[in-house]
Write a protein that binds this ligand. Structure first.
Ligand code: 1CP
Length: 340
């Protein structure tokens, strides 16, 4: 029997829709905070298969999610390529920024296979315990990963990476090629280890002009989709070009993704008209409506469900769950969707 999420991603209008939530494992859950404290730092948690598998499955024990998403981080790829990474407590990720050819040359793809071994072990452990739910593997999209590699941290404007993309196109192209090839290898390894669906997170796709969006978001995504399709024709691929706005149509048509995840700002009616009917949509409840709960949560959820009904669709948020989210609001959301 095909699982509910894969049916929707194959183009079936499953109702009530399958549901999972971006960042569904994480700090809003007390049981996550407990395991996180035991692991020590965040990278230790991501590379301890038994603990990472445990936190991956925690949201499924509490709620009837249709999917588990591998517990890891998009920045484990630069880490695996040898770029230093640390998670400063309360401040987020820090990497030594790549600003020149020496920085690009120092990346070492030959380290990848051994570095990701513990993450693949997590995939195998989760797959063995996931039951009727779907295991989603993931990576950042090359552009978003490159944003952190060049900036060295999250920023508001991503000024250095944009300046490099416009002003040093050859150097930036080299970096993008290394990250794209590594992403293909990394996702293929996750699929071999047991990931049933994979997702590409392009959280900062929206900072580029339409021209560079095509070069650094659409084309690398297409390259990844083509490479994975050749090897794994049945594996579904979800793309999340956050902030793409009107560029969503070209992205959906050209990349070949099985589903497009839409961010909070996208009108579902626009997404329905812009994305071909055989490509599933996923999203896009505002994570803050989930924090607020009550009538606002019910109203926003109904609006999305009413718009998406009759089309291949997966319920999700428009961006990740925030740590302030009351766990009981997630339970209320799940009941609401199931009874719609
Ligand atoms: O202290 C902690 O416990 C660390 C918080 C945390 C968590 C729970 C980070 C640091 N990463 C994660 C897990 C994570 N990240 C998952 C696993 C799935 C799950 O939790 O259910 C996934 C899919 C991600 C993806 C991710 N990491 C993205 C793309 C999605 C998005 O939210 O836009 C991005 C941009 C990151 C980078 C990152 N990792 C962590 C933080 C705080 C950040 C954002 C840094 C910034 O821009 O300031």
């Amino acid at each position: 029997m095909t699982k509910r999420l894969q049916r929707a991603l194959a183009g079936e209008a499953v109702w009530p829709p399958p549901v999972w939530l971006m960042r569904q494992a994480g700090r809003y859950l007390p049981e996550y905070r407990e395991v996180r404290a035991r692991a020590g730092d965040f990278i230790s948690l991501c590379t301890a298969p038994a603990l990472a598998a445990e936190v991956t499955l925690q949201p499924l024990r509490r709620y009837e999610m249709d999917a588990a998403i591998l517990f890891s981080d998009i920045l484990m790829l630069p880490w695996a390529l040898g770029q230093g990474l640390r998670f400063a407590e309360g401040e987020g990720p820090r990497l030594p920024p790549i600003r020149d050819a020496a920085g690009v040359d120092a990346l070492d793809p030959s380290r990848l296979a051994s570095a990701i071994a513990p993450i693949l072990e997590t995939v195998r452990l989760v797959r063995a315990g996931v039951g009727d739910a779907t295991l989603i593997g993931f990576a950042g999209s090359p552009f978003t990963v490159a944003c952190y590699m060049v900036e060295g941290q999250g920023t508001k404007e991503f000024a250095h990476v944009r300046r490099m993309a416009y002003g040093q196109p050859r150097l930036f192209g080299q970096l993008m090629d290394i990250v794209t090839a590594a992403t293909i290898e990394y996702l293929a390894a996750q699929i071999v280890a047991g990931a049933e669906v994979v997702m590409l997170f392009d959280s900062w796709a929206g900072v580029l002009s339409p021209h560079l969006f095509h070069t650094h978001v659409t084309l690398p995504t297409k390259r990844i989709v083509d490479a994975l399709r050749t090897r794994f024709p049945d594996t579904k691929i979800i793309g999340f070009p956050r902030g793409a706005g009107t560029l969503l149509a070209g992205y959906a048509a050209e990349t070949g993704v099985s589903a497009v995840a839409i961010d909070t700002g996208v009108d579902p009616a626009f997404a329905i008209s812009a994305v071909p009917g055989n490509v599933a949509l996923q999203g896009n409840l505002d994570p803050m409506a989930l924090v607020a709960g009550g009538d606002a949560l019910a109203r926003e959820t109904n609006g999305i469900l009413d718009a998406m009904r009759g089309r291949p669709y997966v319920f999700n948020l428009g961006h990740g769950i925030v740590p302030e989210t009351p766990p009981e609001h997630v339970a209320a959301l799940m009941r609401h969707i199931r009874s719609h």
